[in-house]
Write a protein that binds this ligand. Structure first.
Ligand code: CO
Length: 144
């Protein structure tokens, strides 16, 4: 079941420049960055009440996000709903015809298991569903 908006993710071609923007210009709290091997991304988190902003940048300059940036440039990349049972949500959404990007949940940042829904089956929006595996219901925690 979806229980919240975990984060909004922004694809950034220059991670340090984007961190400086959200930290210095917007005055958000920078919670640190994390490499997510499964997704091929480096992520940086800025918690805001109830949710987070997640910056995503290609890990080691490659992977699907690098292709995305080449094609689209920076911008809003995905939104992530927080779930209390990602497997159950996957079953329900598959039955409704949504195309998921993996057969099983993948490891995300901050001890989450996550799945992405293909934007072509979701009105052009890339949606992630993340379950915090350590029961972190805290609003400051975000997923990959
Ligand atoms: Co995400």
């Amino acid at each position: 079941m979806i229980i919240g908006l975990d984060h909004v993710a922004i694809a950034v071609p220059d991670l340090q420049e984007a961190i400086a923007r959200f930290l210095d210009d917007f005055g958000l709290t920078y919670e640190g960055s994390e490499d997510v091997e499964a997704a091929g991304t480096t992520t940086a988190f800025f918690p805001v009440p109830g949710t987070s902003i997640e910056l995503v940048h290609p890990l080691n300059g490659g992977g699907p996000l690098a292709k995305y940036l080449d094609k689209n440039g920076g911008g809003i990349h995905h939104i992530c709903f927080r779930s209390d049972d990602v497997e159950a949500d996957m079953v329900r959404l598959r039955e409704k015809g949504y195309r998921l990007l993996s057969d099983e949940p993948q490891p995300g940042a901050h001890d989450t298991k996550t799945v992405f829904i293909h934007p072509k089956s979701c009105g052009g929006v890339l949606i992630e569903i993340a379950e915090h595996t350590h029961g972190a219901e805290g609003t400051a925690h975000a997923a990959g």
